[in-house]
Design a protein around this ligand. Sequence first.
Ligand code: NAD
Length: 499
Amino acid sequence: MTTTYTRDYWESALSGLTLEGRNFIDGHHRDAVSGETFTRIRPMDGRPGAQLARSSAADIDAAVASARHAFASGVWRHKDPAEKKRIMLRWAELIRAHGEELAMLETLDVGKPVLASLNVDVRLCADGIQYYGEMIDKLYDEIAPTGPNARALVRKVPLGVIGAITPWNYPMIIDAWKLGPAIAAGNSVVLKPAEQSSLSAIRLASLAVEAGLPAGVFNVVTGHGEEAGKPLALHMDVDMIAFTGSTEVGRLIMGYAAQSNVKRVALELGGKSPLVVFEDADLDAAASAVAWGCFYNSGETCHASTRLLVQRSVQDRLIAKIEAVTKSDIALGHPFEPSAQIGALIEEAHMEKVLGMIAAGEKEGAKRAFGAEQVMSETGGYYISPGVFVDMTNDMSLARQEIFGPVLAAIPFDTEEEALRLANDTIYGLAGAVFTTDMGRAHRFSEGLHAGTVWINTYDMSNFATPFGGFKQSGFGRDRSVHAIDKYCDYKTIWQQFG
Ligand code: NAD
């Protein structure tokens, strides 16, 4: 029987939900050593939500010690690969089986529609764990060419203890992008989720142990960046930090690695991705891609298509179509409403920051076509309607800064050469797209765009087989695909001489 998801359904599910906010260390829930907690405010209505452990260096020490012990004991990395695979596949199944619960936790924390949490975030999290689980018994090492009297094995070995620090916009998906390859490669992980969105991470960890992952292989420590993230990144017994978040904090992470044990870092950072529309493009397809690409998840997406470069001759027609698609298809609403396609922003301070950026942009002369206003304030939640600014130039603040809200800057151009120059004129290089029916131009342009992912006549399409990450100040290192495994391993040569 299929469930009909109504607002009442979710309200009643919420009343029976336990909000576990303690750390998960060595297979058990634990309060912070200090006993301190903090309250998460729900973005959907501004009401108090879960109480979470306010962790500090002492909690990080305990989690790293547990992760190190699990790694050194070999309880996971030396397990039969077929058994490791079975455990990860069981974990993926448990995530699916607890989908509604996880979706609710994600929505309470992040404010996105619960059906998006269920159908996108939970699904992709489970799929990610499954993808890397399936890989475990298919990874081979190498034998290097040598003379007949020697044999050189080139082994790919796990690094040890991985510190993962993740953001709040797609918590479960980004956690899976790190947990899947790091754990499949045989490492132990200490995850510090964003202070705004820790509930799903804590539940993922308890489900992992239920699936058979040995205690200590996956630990979660909650808390603030300076108090819990920094000691993790500075820790002398952590071998690598896999970070997703802002470029500003990514820069700090590199510094912490240098100041401590020269641990490796992989950084997935911010973006200001261009979507370029030529006058020969299918404008309906482009309008839909722009609207969903920029406004999905309320614009809180690192690779959101926030800069629309549009050939001047079609700007007005395209903007009219974007407005029509936005108003008809991308309904903003309470996250429990089944009709809602986008919900609240993450917190009040972030909403105020986005509104401040919009106001500053208007002072500079940005011309509003529609939207980009605070709405639904009577709910107590933090909502901004999707909005577009037109006739922009690429040097205006709305076209340069990562806003992380539902705000599109439309910049007209005249020639292909100008479009490419403007598209690349940003400190970021995460993603981009080109819409044209001229395939020669599409490929020329996609080669010229300096971005980790370039889409042709579409936006935000991907699967686990494709690497994801950025160039320039969008970071380095790639999540997803078989290549992500390499990030969590290193090569070890074992040379045996016979003669
Ligand atoms: P953020 O950088 O503020 O925080 C990210 C994480 O870092 C959080 O867990 C936070 O607690 C922690 N942190 C903060 N200060 C720290 C410190 N001094 N030391 C150690 N850890 C610290 O980012 P956010 O606001 O959570 O997320 C939004 C940002 O993430 C945007 O810039 C967005 O583009 C980026 N992002 C990038 C990708 C990608 O794949 N490239 C994906 C999602 C989000």
